[in-house]
Design a binder for this molecule. Structure first.
Ligand code: PMP
Length: 481
């Protein structure tokens, strides 16, 4: 009861002092967490929860090596990047060493949003050096003898993407501008349909890119940048078809656009078989943006680009971010890179990820009616829940029930993603172990078993129930069973 009072008090203050659109996980019964270690977080009563969705605490919550590097630096000196400091150049060198040529120039920011915002500024600066796109035939006739106006710079993104919360990044994020409170697609943004490998839709990247380019050119504009993740997270943990990005990049570059890989979620060894997820697609981006995992919880992010683009951006205006590359950031970033290497966490992501996929495939075989698809690479995994295998209709209500069950009965924290919130997302710290994988999939199994024992009427009601109805059905069911 004391804990309930404490929770109520925090909730009360939260409602008074924090914005109402700041979301809370498990809103009906939020967790009051006080400590983290490795892949677990602990609530105020000391209960351990398995954290299966955290790509910030990448090498484990409160990793002692990272904590010590940051706190020692904070206790010594933490100031901006305008002084000579070994840490910043050493971190930039270490990061560049993970990248293919010609990606060797690093800009540090504080958040992934800022990194993408900056990538857009660099791409727009580079576009200033390009000739305007060829006008359509009738426009060319009309313009004959007149000097063409410089083309407006546009951008292309993949549907359902999220690239950040600044004004510019909201415009780059269909996940936001198409959703509640969003203003719809800005005219300068062109959206490639999200490839849906499971349902066999929109798989041709080249065709999608050509359509976006044609749309921009019809308006006399040029696409200056194409932004995408290399595994689509908000899109529903979608693995791109082989050759997809290569085809998009080819079209975009033919048109003069810069290709940006947003590795904010999937970088730093998470995908196991590669350090960066763009490597899975065998492409070399022009700009790679990174964030969340690089600081293991310390706010730092940035981008890596080529000397050519850095020179185009260097137009006389200084680039400066007070905390971007401040002394503590590289100290932290170097410790994270050391831990990934020394604890062989990329190989761990590959090994434990493969084990998760095996366990999840067995689960799918036993529940093939509702587990529509299991997909992933390393520890970036999605489990798509459907109403039935034949129609492949997304089942967000059931996905929600599964998440609630796992939290309530097994203290396993999962989340859902995708255009319909019907994909259970799994992206734990990459120190996740085989034992953790077994605990997680065991929880999913009992959740699914409890669903299969529901009455046909409850099953039907669940298929398109709202959140509250799901909870009512689940509560009635747990009383019955
Ligand atoms: N890009 C992607 C793919 C992200 O997932 C996020 C954050 N969820 C961002 C960019 C923005 O990062 P931040 O919240 O650090 O600004």
């Amino acid at each position: 009861p004391e804990n309930r009072c404490e929770k109520a008090s925090i909730l009360g203050k939260r409602r008074r002092h924090l914005g109402p659109n700041l979301a809370l996980f498990f809103e009906d019964d939020p967790l009051h967490i006080v400590r983290g270690q490795g892949c677990e977080i602990f609530d105020a009563e000391g209960n351990d929860y398995l954290d299966c969705v955290n790509n910030v605490s990448h090498v484990g919550h409160a990793h002692p090596r990272v904590v010590s590097a940051v706190s020692q630096q904070l206790a010594t000196l933490n100031t901006n990047s305008r002084y000579l400091a070994e840490g910043l150049v050493n971190y930039s060198e270490a990061l560049a060493a993970t990248m293919p040529d010609p990606l060797q120039v690093v800009y540090m920011t504080v958040s992934g949003s800022e990194a993408n915002d900056l990538a857009w500024r660099i791409a727009s600066a580079a576009a200033q050096h390009l000739p305007p796109p060829a006008p359509a035939a009738d426009a060319a006739q009309e313009a004959c003898g007149k000097r063409a106006a410089p083309a407006a710079v546009h951008v292309a993104v993949i549907d359902h993407a999220y690239h950040g919360h600044t004004s510019c990044c909201i415009d780059l994020s269909p996940y936001k501008f198409k959703g509640p409170g969003g203003g719809g697609r800005p005219t300068w943004v062109h959206v490639l349909p999200c490839p849906d490998v499971y349902r066999g839709r929109n798989l041709d990247g080249g065709a999608a890119a050509r359509a976006a380019i044609a749309e921009a050119e019809r308006g006399g504009a040029r696409i200056a940048a194409f932004f995408s993740e290399s595994i689509l997270s908000c899109g529903g943990q979608v693995l791109l078809p082989d050759g997809y990005l290569a085809a998009v990049y080819r079209e975009m570059r033919g048109h003069g656009a810069v290709c940006v890989a947003d590795e904010v979620q999937c970088g730093f060894g998470r995908v196991g078989s590669a350090f960066w997820a763009f490597e899975l697609q065998q492409v070399v981006p022009d700009i790679v943006t990174f964030g969340k995992p690089c600081g293991n919880g310390f706010p730092m992010a940035g981008l890596v680009t080529s000397g050519r683009l850095a020179a185009a951006f260097s137009n006389g205006m200084e680039f400066f971010a007070t905390f971007g590359g401040c002394t503590a950031a590289p100290a932290c970033g170097l410790a994270v890179l050391d831990v990934i290497r020394e604890e062989q966490l990329q190989a761990n992501a590959a090994h434990v990820g493969a084990h998760c996929m095996q366990l999840l495939s067995e689960l799918q075989a036993d529940h093939s009616d509702v587990v529509g698809d299991v997909r992933g690479e390393g520890l970036m995994i999605g489990v798509e829940i459907v109403t039935d295998a034949a129609s492949r209709t997304p089942a967000p209500a059931l996905a929600r029930q599964i998440k609630q069950h796992c939290k309530l009965h097994h203290r396993v924290l999962l989340s859902s993603e995708g255009p319909y919130s019907s994909v259970i997302k799994i992206k734990p710290p990459i120190c996740f172990t085989v034992a953790h994988a077994e605990r997680m999939v065991g929880a999913l199994r009992t959740a699914l078993e409890s669903f299969t024992t529901l009455s046909p009427a409850d099953k039907a009601a669940l298929a398109d129930a709202s959140g509250e109805e799901v909870d009512r059905i689940a509560a009635r069911h747990s009383r019955l069973s």
